[in-house]
Design a protein. Sequence first.
Length: 227
Amino acid sequence: MIIYGKQVCLHVLEHHSRSVKTVYIAKKGILPSGLYNAYKDKIKFLENKWAQSMSKGGNHQGLLVDVEDFRQSDIDSIKKGSFLVVLDGLTDVGNIGAIVRSSYALGADGIIAIGVNQLSFSGIARTSAGALFDMPFAIIPNGLDVLNKLKQSGFKLYGAAMEGEPIDKAEFASKKVLVVGSEGEGLSKRVLPKMDTLVSIPMKHDFDSLNVSVATAILLYRMSYEN
């Protein structure tokens, strides 16, 4: 799996060395000397045109890394956590990556993507600034089955919806799941009835809604500091 961009590549080189197969450099001096020496046997230099080809025209910033394919976590291991995030039908790599980054920073224990069959893990790794490699993540298309298993394991499900209870008034169980819907549709009709509580973010001005990754970060922050 090829990842590219200075920030995500440096994160992987510094914290996930076992997954690194090859380091591709297209810009002189891009690697700190310590990392250069540590990976000198795995470094290959290449011209910018080849770097552009490998990154499919993306902004590689002169650094690409070939890493082992991302390994998804299984639902049983994710359920061992107490604060989970479920993505209902989200497909935008930028939004998912931002949610992974916020989830890791704010103490969520795992993420489950439902209602989708596959996602670009290389893209999510890039847009999460590498946080994906530190966050248990699984794709499970059958969302209702997942939600039922979580409820049976004692989790309370909190769905993000504009008609929900204001987040600053809500109380949260010790085992909790934040469920956020797709960028355009919100929570799906099949998932909505499974929620124990709907929560929302009060707006200061009359405006439709926030970007899903921004809204998720706000909700995560509030839920992470609720005992």
